[in-house]
Design a binder for this molecule. Structure first.
Ligand code: ZN
Length: 409
């Protein structure tokens, strides 16, 4: 992809509205566009990362037998009245009437809607268990949207729901999702912590949160530096009595054992093998997809910009051409690399070296490929690893082999 043809318009100055590192770098690098406070558009660079994160999630959810669907964002209030959550969530719900006087909301979550779907189609134990999931935009009327896509009024979530005939089934699916979450966050390059959590507005018997330590986090966990364990309470460590230290965390995932709260209220019943009607046993499992993106940036950057993990980067390498005379050779090398399946941002613009380097660092591809003096004089192509700043010099063939190997192409 040629830089001059890409919708990339980095900012020279730090945006004044930026409230934290990820917000600043994502706006500055033209990943995000702020439409209004708490409302963002993902520009092509941001959309690439979002798709990469979503596809990692899909891979691991599918591997556990979960099936993807896409539910409506518009929901009738009646389904919320069945569980009483139109009251519980009334402050954060965007509610309105359509011209036929129907009471509608923009879904802040989908337990009620998925339960309606399963109620309609599942009536026998023979049709269970099931795990269904979606990646979709959710809406919350945030009184204080903050930190860019960390806390916004419109955000992208992966939400999964399991349906079982008994507690054993629920436990099995809960463990499957728990293990998928660990694989997902690891593959996204996140260092995370899991902790037992309150079920809050979801209800149910047990839940765990997945957290990423970051200064802007709105959750606080207490860490025992000796055992490395984390607790909700600020009592000394229950294991070794060491004084605990408070750490700020961003919540990126949450899993809940819901039990029959929704299935009983909405009559999502199945016939068991003795012909008795019972409510299905549910679990729900959320990942804040847009938050994952912000959490990756909050924990992968330096003074020059973002340092993307290879798994989610919008481009595998930025190829910087520093001499107009070798522009066509640079473009041809970029195209050769793209033919192997690598995603290359070819910076062939007529800009100075300083501007090109600044943009390459800010955009944050894991590798920068440099074609300049060394190429003109000796036919050598330089490569700099974004994270380690390590530099190497290659012939064209060596460079192609190196990048192919780095990305398993
Ligand atoms: Zn301890």
């Amino acid at each position: 992809m040629l830089y001059s043809k890409s919708f990339i318009f980095t900012l020279r100055e730090d945006p004044k509205t930026a409230e934290c590192i990820s917000h600043k770098l994502l706006l500055k690098g033209s990943y995000l566009f702020m439409v209004s406070s708490g409302i963002y558009s993902y520009l092509p660079l941001g959309f690439r990362v979002l798709e990469n994160v979503s596809n990692i999630i899909r891979k691991h959810m599918n591997s556990k037998g979960a099936e993807e669907l896409l539910m409506s964002a518009l929901q009738p209030i009646e389904i919320w009245q069945k569980t009483g959550r139109h009251e519980v969530l009334k402050d954060v719900m965007f509610k309105f009437k359509d011209r036929k006087n129907r009471n509608l909301c923009l879904g802040p979550t989908h337990e009620e809607e998925i339960t309606e779907i399963v109620r309609k189609y599942v009536s026998s134990y023979k049709q269970l268990p099931r795990i269904l999931y979606q990646i979709q935009t959710k809406f919350r009327d945030e009184i204080r949207p903050r930190f860019g896509v960390v806390r916004s009024c419109e955000f992208i979530m992966k939400d999964a729901y399991s349906f079982d005939i008994d507690e054993n089934g629920l436990n099995e699916n809960y463990n499957k999702m728990f293990s998928a979450y660990k694989d997902i966050f690891k593959e996204c390059g996140l260092e995370f912590i899991t902790t037992e959590a309150d079920s809050g507005a979801m209800g149910g018997s047990a839940s765990h949160e997945f957290m990423v330590p970051a200064e802007i986090g709105e959750d606080i966990l207490c860490e025992c530096e000796k055992c490395g364990k984390h607790f909700k309470e600020t009592e000394n460590c229950p294991h070794c009595a060491t004084k605990l230290k408070e750490k700020r965390m961003i919540e990126i995932g949450h899993v809940f054992k819901l039990g029959t709260k929704y299935s009983a209220a909405q009559e999502a019943l199945y016939l068991d093998n003795s012909g008795k009607r019972k409510p299905t046993i549910m679990g729900c499992y959320g990942i804040g997809v847009s938050r994952v993106l912000a959490a990756i940036v909050e924990t992968n950057y330096d003074e020059k910009g973002i340092i993307w993990p290879k798994s989610v980067t919008p481009f595998d390498a930025t190829l910087v051409c520093l001499d107009e005379k070798i522009k066509s050779e640079a473009i041809s090398l970029g195209e050769k690399l793209e033919k192997t399946g690598l995603k290359i941002l070819i910076d062939e613009r007529s800009e100075g070296a300083g501007v090109k380097f600044n943009d390459a660092y800010l955009i944050g591809s894991p590798y920068m490929v440099i074609m300049g003096k060394n190429y003109v004089s000796y036919g050598k192509i330089d490569l700099e690893e974004r994270k380690t700043k390590e530099k190497k010099s290659f012939s064209e063939q060596e460079l192609i082999s190196f990048l192919k190997e780095a990305y398993n192409k």
